[in-house]
Design a protein around this ligand. Structure first.
Ligand SMILES: O=C(O)C1=C[C@@H](OP(=O)(O)O)[C@@H](O)[C@H](O)C1
Ligand SMILES: C=C(OP(=O)(O)O)C(=O)O
Length: 438
């Protein structure tokens, strides 16, 4: 299906330490969960400050293809669930994990067929676990497909009950089944059997958002989630800023010795991006959470780190970029599954950092990063928004880094380039660099 046009981008160097306050748009993970739950609810819900990006547009269009009414008026979207979900549609998943893992369990509620496709690159992302789970639930998966594209045929109301899966390749398999499970006749009893599940905070976010809508979820046993059948209450919600998308901006403060504030940083949140506070401290930055938001102040020290990022694996590319600029060798562990993210992120980071002069080695479950003097060159982004963010961070302090394609930021933050440029322009004005150049 259609993919965005490639757009090369010379990543701007920081002429001065960055000094900026950056407003970060809404959380992808929260927005797409809020949309799905609103679509399955017993009445209309209003979502305020939802993220408007490719992944959430794909989700809105996917739900519309199933007959859900969604009207958008500025920063408020009203979601009107249909009395019955409709069959016959095609869902474009793009490269969005949340669309390809959250929508099929809803399609299981349709009496008839729904087809799923996506970017060619999405065909490589793990789907086998979800398709096998749906098969256990009585949904027909045409041609026994194990990845995108595929067609599902449901009978209207799956029985539900016990489903045993190995979710070690993505927490989204558990979240997807949880989100729809209350609508199955017997609810759902998900049991994980395998290596540890990554990104557990994202599953906790799913559970919390279900409970906020009156759904009973028992997660008292490790690796087991039991959802009672029942209605999902409509709920009007405001979406938090996307804390993972704050990563490159906060990293900019750390690597340039500047100061960046992100307003509206929640004091309590289930977003794994909140781990950035501890991570940046370990790199040697000063981190303060006040009423003004989260402020990161870079010091003249960039320490190496030894981090298990299993819970917050989507931070790996930006963390790896910072680590490549640190004083000595860093280790990132617990993220073997990100080989199945937008691209094989471990291979991509190893290759790209090494091609700029770094010395990075993949391990079974992460990266060993030996900082070296790095030099100008092309940074390939592999259609991965977080690779683009990592390249932008490096470009702040290494001359002439050119991203082969920055359009991929549309996935979760279409305004990335504008916000990045504003951050740098404001910093130059404050430091007087801009005037000195004129
Ligand atoms: O449920 C979610 O919203 C997400 C779960 C995580 O997926 P994995 O468990 O596949 O890492 C995360 O990396 C992704 O960006 C968003
Ligand atoms: C892994 C990510 O996305 P997705 O939701 O497509 O899995 C990500 O945003 O880093």
């Amino acid at each position: 299906m259609s993919t965005p046009q490639q757009q090369p981008w010379p990543a701007p160097i920081a002429q001065a330490p960055v000094e900026a306050t950056v407003l970060i748009p809404g959380s992808k993970s929260e927005t797409n969960r809020a949309l799905v739950l609103a679509a399955l609810a017993t009445g209309p819900s209003v979502i305020t400050d939802g993220l408007d990006s490719r992944d959430t547009r794909l989700m809105r269009d996917a739900l519309r293809a199933l007959g859900v009414g969604i009207t958008e008026a500025g920063n408020q979207w009203t979601v009107q669930p249909p009395s019955t979900l409709s069959a016959g549609g095609t869902v474009d998943c793009g490269l969005a994990g949340t669309v390809m893992r959250f929508v099929p369990p809803i399609a299981a509620l349709v009496n008839g067929s729904v087809s799923f496709d996506g970017d060619e690159q999405a065909y490589a992302r793990p789907m086998d676990v979800m398709l096998a789970a749906l098969d256990q639930l009585g949904v027909t998966v045409e041609d026994q497909a194990t990845s995108l594209p595929f067609t599902l045929t449901g009978t209207g109301r799956p029985a539900g009950g016990v489903v045993t899966i190995d979710a070690s390749s993505s927490s989204q398999f558990v979240s997807g089944l949880l989100l729809a499970g209350a609508k199955y006749a017997e609810g759902i009893d998900i049991r994980h059997d395998g290596e540890p599940i990554p990104s557990l905070p994202h599953i906790e976010m799913t559970v919390a958002m279900l409970r906020a809508r009156g759904v009973q979820v028992d997660d008292s046993e490790p690796d087991r989630w039991v959802v009672a059948p029942g209605p999902i209450r409509p709920l009007d919600v405001s979406i938090e800023p996307d804390l993972s998308n704050a990563a490159p901006f906060l990293a900019a403060a750390a690597v340039t010795g500047g100061t960046v504030t992100i307003p509206h940083w929640p004091t309590r949140t289930l977003q794994p991006g909140d781990h950035l506070r501890g991570i940046l401290e370990q790199f040697g930055a000063e981190v303060r959470l006040t009423e003004a938001g989260l402020t990161v102040h870079g010091t003249d020290q960039l320490h190496h780190v030894d981090l298990d990022l299993r819970e917050a694996s989507e931070l790996t590319p930006v963390v790896a970029a910072v680590a490549a600029l640190a004083n000595t060798t860093s280790h990132i562990r617990g993220v073997g599954h990100i080989r199945g993210h937008e691209t094989d992120r471990l291979a991509a980071l190893e290759f790209e950092l090494n091609s700029l002069g770094g010395h990075v080695v993949q391990t079974d479950d992460g990266l060993t990063i030996h900082p070296r003097l790095m030099y100008s060159g092309e940074w390939r982004t592999y259609a991965d928004h977080r690779l683009a963010q990592a390249g932008a961070v490096l470009g702040l302090v290494i001359d002439d880094i050119v991203l082969d394609d920055v359009s991929c930021v549309d996935k979760t933050m279409p305004e990335f380039v504008t916000l990045w440029q504003q951050m740098l322009a404001g910093s130059e004005r404050r430091s007087g660099v801009a005037e000195a150049r004129e």
